[in-house]
Design a protein around this ligand. Structure first.
Ligand SMILES: Nc1ncnc2c1ncn2[C@@H]1O[C@H](COP(=O)(O)OP(=O)(O)OP(=O)(O)O)[C@@H](O)[C@H]1O
Ligand SMILES: [Mg+2]
Length: 319
């Protein structure tokens, strides 16, 4: 496997603000490796250090210590070589509101060194990709939040970068725009682009990426394939069975079922813990039927990245 990004002991301490003796240590010496061709998610709550990391990786903010190699080039020593390779979609929308989508793309395209027929062609392609061809001539300040987000993404793609950084591109938009953006990320990846995607939505990291790093208080607290992370924390599956009033009887019936590790009852719902929920499920249902318990609904919940975060920090991801 070839790495396209190597983050080495990357650190950022901001300058002290008024009243602070020492500046905020926002990124505390992180190491990460991103493989060519993958979608890698950096998952973490507000203030974890995601944007600070992305800003250093894209040359907007000098690191306090450490380095990042992108395609073998140092962001500190060879920033120009790095800039050619990367596209950046910042968290804060950076567009000219009085200009149209197309004018914004043309402006930023020129900054990337594109011009003439090539620029026009790329603008057409990008507008098509972000689904705004029909409305390209309207001013950006007349767009919805989701449309602005899409233009913001388009700007990052104009020069066909090998690697794109997307910093929370779906925050504050409607579900349909969010769906469009997630699908667009997958499509870009299928075309060969490597994507670094930051989010505080566990579901997005789960859907998009194979490998994930969880960042909290400026430190990487877990990193690897999702399945491995979940397995490592040793959380069990939970089978939730709605049984209404029959709690006592139901609990008794299920306790001895094969594959069941524990069972509790509250608010009309049995919560059954099992190492392998799907395998234990038929035994659970059989035991309940035999005891004459009426099952109103059944759900198997497998542990997710939220459980990993909770296990490692004792906090929910969206505190
Ligand atoms: N310019 C700055 N000067 C001082 N401190 C800063 C600055 N920018 C960010 N910070 C602090 O650094 C820490 C990390 O912030 P950062 O914006 O990187 O987090 P984040 O993970 O992107 O959060 P969010 O999900 O809210 O975007 C926070 O404690 C923040 O207050
Ligand atoms: Mg941020």
């Amino acid at each position: 496997m070839t790495s396209i990004v190597e983050i080495r002991n990357l650190k950022k301490q901001y300058a002290p603000t008024a009243g602070q003796k020492e500046g905020q240590l926002a990124v505390k010496g992180i190491d990460l490796m991103i493989e060519k061709g993958e979608i890698f998610s950096l998952l973490g709550p507000n203030g974890a250090g995601k944007t600070t990391t992305i800003s250093m990786m894209s040359g907007l903010l000098p690191p306090t210590a450490g380095d990042v190699l992108i395609g073998g080039h140092s962001i500190v020593a060879e920033p120009m070589a790095v800039k050619k390779m990367i596209g950046v979609v910042p968290q804060e929308i950076a567009l000219y509101p009085q200009l149209s989508a197309r004018q914004n793309l043309e402006f930023f395209g020129k900054m990337y060194g594109l011009g003439g027929g090539e620029l026009a062609k790329r603008c057409d392609e990008v507008l098509d990709f972000i689904g705004l061809k029909d409305r390209q001539k309207e001013r950006v300040d007349s767009y919805s939040g989701g449309m602005k987000r899409r233009v913001n993404i388009g700007v990052g793609l104009l020069h066909k970068p090998a690697l794109v950084f997307m910093d929370e591109p779906t925050v504050g938009i409607d579900p349909q725009s969010r769906r469009n953006i997630l699908d667009a990320v997958k499509q870009l990846n299928q075309q060969g682009m490597t994507v670094l995607y930051t989010t505080h939505y566990m579901e997005e990291a789960e859907e998009l990426s194979n490998r994930v790093a969880i960042i909290d208080h400026g430190e990487i607290i877990a990193e690897g394939k999702q399945g491995d992370l979940i397995q490592k924390v040793g959380e069990k599956d939970a089978i939730l069975v709605k049984v209404g009033e029959d709690g006592q009887k139901a609990q008794q019936a299920v306790k001895e079922a094969h594959g069941v590790d524990g069972v509790t009852f509250s608010d009309g719902v049995l919560r059954i813990l099992a190492g392998r929920g799907r395998q234990a499920l038929p035994n659970v249902i059989k035991a309940l039927s035999e005891a004459g318990v009426v099952i109103q609904s059944v759900e198997v919940k497998e542990p997710n990245l939220e459980a990993v975060f909770l296990h490692l920090t004792g906090r929910a991801l969206r505190d």
